[in-house]
Design a protein around this ligand. Structure first.
Ligand code: DX5
Ligand code: ZN
Length: 218
C-alpha cells in the first residue's frame, strides 16, 4: 500500500499523557504512531524504553512504529517486540552488524526497519533490501524534534525509490516534515511521513482540535 500515511511522533506530545495524546491523534486521522527511543549514547538525548512502549501499546489502535536510536540494539530487540512494536527500526550506523540486527528483528516477529542518518549514502542499503520492510531516511540529525529539514535528502529519497523498485518496502521520512516539506518527499517516492512538532504544535489534551487540522495540512 503506497498511499501516504502520517505517523505522528509522540516525542512532541505531552510525556505525562501519552495515552490520551495517542488516542486524540488517532481519532483525528493519524495512520501510524511513531515512537522515538533514545539512549543518550547513539544520540545526545534520552527518552524512554520498552516499559513505556508496553504501557502505551493498549492506547494504539493502528501501527506502533518504534524507532530505535540506541547502540547497541541487539540486546533490546526482544523486549521491544514483546512490548508490541509492529515495526522496529534500527540505524545502519548503530553497529558493525546491521545485517544480523535486521535478522533478529524479523526473528522476534516484528517488521524490520532500517534508518539512515543524513550523511549515510543510500547505496548502503543494496545488500539489505531482502531483509527490510521499511527504510527510514532521516531528514534531520537524530536526537531532537523541531529541527530544520535537510533538503539534500529529497534526492536521496528519489534514489531510494529507484533502488527499491516494486519491492513491498515502505519509505519513511523522519524529521522536519511539515506542510511545505511533505509534498517534496511524497513526490520523491516516500509513503510514510513522520511528523512531531508539525502535528502536536499548538495542541493539548484539553484542546486537541488542532491535531486533526495539522494532520490534514500535511
Ligand atoms: C528525531 C526523531 C523524530 C522527531 C521528528 O530524532 O526521530 O521522529 O520526533 O520531529 P519533528 O517532526 O519535530 O522534526
Ligand atoms: Zn523518529
Amino acid at each position: 500500500d503506497r498511499s501516504i500515511k502520517i505517523a505522528p511522533s509522540i516525542l512532541a506530545a505531552d510525556f505525562a499523557n501519552f495515552g490520551q495524546e495517542i488516542e486524540a491523534v488517532e481519532a483525528q486521522g493519524a495512520d501510524w504512531i511513531h515512537v522515538d527511543v533514545m539512549d543518550g549514547h547513539f544520540v545526545p538525548n534520552i527518552t524512554f524504553g520498552p516499559q513505556t512502549c508496553s504501557a502505551i501499546r493498549p492506547h494504539i489502535k493502528s501501527v506502533m512504529d518504534v524507532h530505535l536510536m540506541i547502540a547497541p540494539v541487539d540486546p533490546y530487540i526482544e523486549a521491544f517486540a514483546e512490548a508490541g512494536a509492529n515495526f522496529i527500526t534500527a540505524h545502519l550506523e548503530s553497529g558493525p552488524h546491521i545485517h544480523r540486527t535486521l535478522q533478529a528483528i524479523r526473528g522476534a516477529g516484528a517488521k524490520a526497519g532500517l534508518a539512515l542518518n543524513p550523511a549515510t549514502p543510500v547505496e548502503d542499503v543494496a545488500y539489505l533490501l531482502d531483509m527490510v520492510d521499511l527504510v527510514c531516511i532521516m531528514t534531520v540529525n537524530p536526537g531532537f524534534g523541531g529541527q530544520k529539514f535537510i533538503h539534500s535528502q529529497v534526492e536521496k529519497t528519489r534514489k531510494l525509490r529507484d533502488l527499491i523498485g516494486d519491492r513491498p518496502i515502505h519509505i519513511e521520512i523522519d524529521g522536519g516534515v511539515d506542510p511545505t516539506t511533505a509534498p517534496l518527499v511524497a513526490a520523491a517516492g516516500a509513503d510514510v511521513l513522520v511528523a512531531g512538532s508539525a502535528v502536536f504544535k499548538g495542541g493539548s489534551v484539553q484542546n486537541p482540535a488542532p491535531y486533526g487540522d495539522n494532520i490534514a495540512a500535511i
